[in-house]
Design a protein around this ligand. Structure first.
Ligand code: FAD
Ligand code: PYC
Length: 413
């Protein structure tokens, strides 16, 4: 056991520095209140303080930091989307990811692996070509490759997938990466705290005060706070918070489950996604296989796991990698995905003055954490939507101007 760890274990003073300060009291007023201590809320707090000099800010989290979807996701980072709006937005995020560990002085275990979206049908190959062309147009590395390239990158794969779903090719996206999700929340949290932002865990927002169409405060389980600016970044709880300000949205909540295996020797470098088999896999630095599938097909606000999930997922995983049949599943879990009809997020100003939304992140928002922080902090600071989010505003549903990303949503939810 390392000496430092032993010293910590034997001390009754807990001398290790905390990641962020504990504040016993809420102040009566803040310039900005951020609801949700996931990656998105914390990133917005960090950039508000660092880039805009706005530090009289609190982040209110009903549970613990990163305990929502930020700490439950499978950490895939990529920018191979389908629409120009999506590609530009996620590309900026991938750019920001490159410097984050240095920014935070904290190892995020950002690991560039390459990302294959496998095509088992002609239709899937057509979508891959479409995505590759849009991606290349915006200078993003994506190309359609043949099955032999997949085999070279993942030699253990059965290209016939048990004979019933042969792999015809794939969309290959070299920048595809993974990172350590909790560290992202801690890095942004610590960075925001160091710049004066207050982080309050176990603080639930129960109501939002609106007078004359403007935000005036929030009600919490620890009392009322006066504020004129609220940023809502609560992922699977978005409809509940929107009800508090009387805004309707087309968001529905579905559970999204995932699981990990016991650690095994490194054998899989890239990230593999099969839209047709509805599964995806990567291997963590610890050797665990991180696996996921499509959304649960019913609307429910719950993070319960189900037995049919590992059964169905394992069956399709064995189609691709029959040699995994003796590998044990270690644990499974679920998050609540706030799904939109066009598989794009909802961001920006809303009809309620001073109420800003960063939601509708469904199954695709981890990779966007840095760019959401950047663009939402700009939007809140200037009360003007950042140009990168103009394709994602709430009024696109009323205006029938959808930003259709379903074809790029990973596992063909
Ligand atoms: P969260 O991390 O969920 O944070 C919201 C916080 O708000 C929560 O901590 C919650 O407790 C808090 N909150 C809610 N209501 C209140 C309230 N009333 N008062 C105070 N606090 C409140 N995305 C990818 O890009 N790549 C992936 O590989 C990927 N895989 C996924 C796999 C799974 C199984 C899941 C569930 C999601 C996946 N996602 C992925 C999506 C991604 O996890 C989310 O889009 C992203 O984490 C959302 O971050 P957030 O900060 O907005 O939300
Ligand atoms: O957005 O790439 C993604 C993803 C993979 C699994 C869930 N989301």
């Amino acid at each position: 056991m390392p000496w430092r760890l032993l010293r910590f274990a034997l001390s009754d003073k807990h001398p290790e520095p905390r990641m962020f300060t504990r504040h016993d009291q809420l102040k009566p007023a803040y310039d900005v209140v951020i609801i949700g201590g996931g990656g998105h809320g914390l990133a917005a707090a960090y950039y508000l303080a660092r880039d805009h000099g706005i530090t009289n800010v609190c982040v209110l989290e009903k549970g613990y930091l990163g305990g929502g979807n930020t700490g439950r996701n499978t950490t895939i980072i990529r920018s191979n989307y389908l629409t120009p709006e999506g590609v530009k937005f996620y590309d900026e995020s991938v750019r920001l990811w490159q410097d984050l560990s240095t920014d935070f002085d904290l190892n995020l275990f950002y690991s560039n692996r390459g990302h294959f979206t496998l095509a088992h049908t002609d239709a899937a190959l057509r979508t891959s070509r479409w995505r590759a062309e849009v991606n290349k147009h915006f200078g993003i590395e994506s190309e359609v490759v043949g099955p032999e390239v997949v085999k070279k990158a993942a030699p253990m794969i059965d290209l016939s997938c048990g004979g019933h779903a042969p792999i015809l090719g794939a969309l290959y996206h070299a920048p595809g990466a993974v990172a350590r999700h909790d560290a992202v929340a801690w890095g942004y949290g610590r960075g925001a705290d160091m710049r004066g932002v207050e982080i309050h865990q176990r603080t639930e927002v129960l109501g939002i005060d609106v007078a004359g169409g403007k935000v005036t405060g929030v009600q919490t389980n620890r009392g009322r706070i006066a504020t004129n600016k609220v940023l809502c970044a609560v992922a699977g709880s978005t409809p509940r918070l929107l009800d508090m300000v009387g805004i309707r949205s087309p968001i529905t909540i579905h559970p999204l489950q995932a699981m990990v295996s016991e650690p095994v020797k490194p054998w899989l470098d890239p990230i593999l996604v099969s839209g047709s088999l509805h599964v995806y896999i990567s291997q963590s630095a610890r050797g665990e296989l991180i696996m996921g599938a499509s959304l649960d097909p019913y609307e429910v606000q719950s993070t319960r796991s189900t037995l049919d999930f590992p059964e169905g997922l394992s069956a399709h995983m064995l189609d691709m990698f029959p040699f995994l049949s003796n590998v044990k599943v270690m644990r499974q879990w679920a998050g609540m995905a706030d799904m939109t009809p066009d598989f794009a997020p909802i961001m920006g100003r809303t009809p309620v003055e001073g109420f800003y939304l960063d939601g509708g992140w469904g199954t695709w928002g981890f990779k966007a954490t840095p760019v959401c922080g950047k663009t939402m902090s700009y939007t809140v600071a200037n009360d003007r939507n950042h140009e990168l989010i103009t394709g994602f505003t709430l009024d696109r549903f009323r205006n029938f101007e959808l930003t259709g990303e379903k074809g790029a949503a990973s596992v063909g939810h």
